[in-house]
Design a protein around this ligand. Structure first.
Ligand SMILES: [Zn+2]
Length: 301
């Protein structure tokens, strides 16, 4: 279904902070506003705080909140029917009915506004597709931060918690925030790296590897191998193609190393030919993705 022309939707993206923007024709109208420190906002206050921010961005963009056709909300974790079923990195949100809470704060203004809550990484993938004119293509995005997000556009039914894919059978690999053994996030996640190297920040680990420190070099190889392994697993299930990499820790990615490892792991001819591309971390792309996803799903007026 095509997005309605001249319609405005709202994109909301939660990570460590919350970004909010008005979106029209796959572009942000006005600017994206941020609410810092999501972790300090009690779950019950989240929707009212965001409503205030929506009013502010609507005022700035010259849009009547009553004219908004849909709200898309990207949230980290497993989200089903508007409810946050689990969110390892924002634990207090578990069980929150975000769609209902968001709709409730619009009662009286725009009480029939459809709210779509989707996984944050899927919102990012939709945003990459929308801003690169690739809405007809398969877009997959890894987001490297505290958590490891995996987004797919078009979105598919299922959990798709690929950041928790098992990439090693070593029982000593136990640093994942979810508590599971051998997970990708337990190797690549920012928090997991800090737990592994208690005396070094992740930034220093990558710097020291460049300066020849053997332990840090071994880790950066493991770090790249883990992402290659998870990608290879996806290629064997979902086919080859383009994989975008974003998020604060994507600055440490060495594409040639990743390509080499992936090539070692995927040997069947029809499954070869995948490509990696690092793209800048951007609230704006994710906000557009959340809004576009919601507008697609809202009934045409
Ligand atoms: Zn995990």
């Amino acid at each position: 279904m095509a997005q309605k022309t001249e319609s405005f939707s709202i994109g909301v993206m939660a990570s460590d902070h919350v970004a909010v923007g008005v979106v029209q024709d796959h572009k942000v109208r006005g600017s994206v506003h941020a609410i810092p420190d999501l972790a300090t906002i009690p779950p019950d206050s989240l929707a009212p705080v965001i409503r205030e921010k929506i009013d502010a961005i609507c005022l700035e963009a010259g849009v009547d909140p009553a004219a908004i056709c849909a709200i898309g909300f990207g949230f980290p974790g497993i989200v089903r029917d508007g409810i946050v079923q689990d969110s390892p990195n924002i634990k207090q949100a578990k069980g929150l009915n975000l769609a209902q809470a968001m709709a409730a704060v619009f009662t009286g203004t725009n009480s029939r506004i459809p709210v779509l809550v989707l996984n944050d990484a899927d919102a990012m993938a939709a945003g990459v597709a929308a801003t690169r004119g690739a809405l007809e293509k398969l877009v997959r995005v890894w987001t490297l931060g505290n958590g490891i997000g995996f987004g797919r556009y078009p979105e598919l039914e299922g959990a798709w918690e690929c950041g928790h894919m098992v990439v090693t059978l070593d029982p000593k690999e136990h640093y994942c925030g979810c508590g599971g053994l051998g997970h990708l996030e337990g190797i690549m996640g920012h928090r997991a790296m800090r737990m592994r190297f208690l005396d070094m920040e992740p930034e220093e680990v990558f710097e020291n590897a460049k300066d020849g420190d053997a332990k840090c070099q071994a880790f950066t190889k493991l770090w790249h191998r883990a992402l290659a392994a998870a990608t290879a697993n996806l290629v064997h299930q979902d086919g080859p193609g383009k994989f975008y990499i974003t998020g604060p820790n994507s600055v440490y990615i060495e594409i040639p190393l990743l390509n080499q490892y992936l090539h070692e792991m995927v040997k069947m001819t029809p499954l070869q030919g995948s490509v990696f591309e690092v793209i800048p971390t951007s609230d704006e792309i994710a906000v557009i993705g959340a809004a576009v996803s919601a507008a697609f799903q809202s009934p045409a007026s």
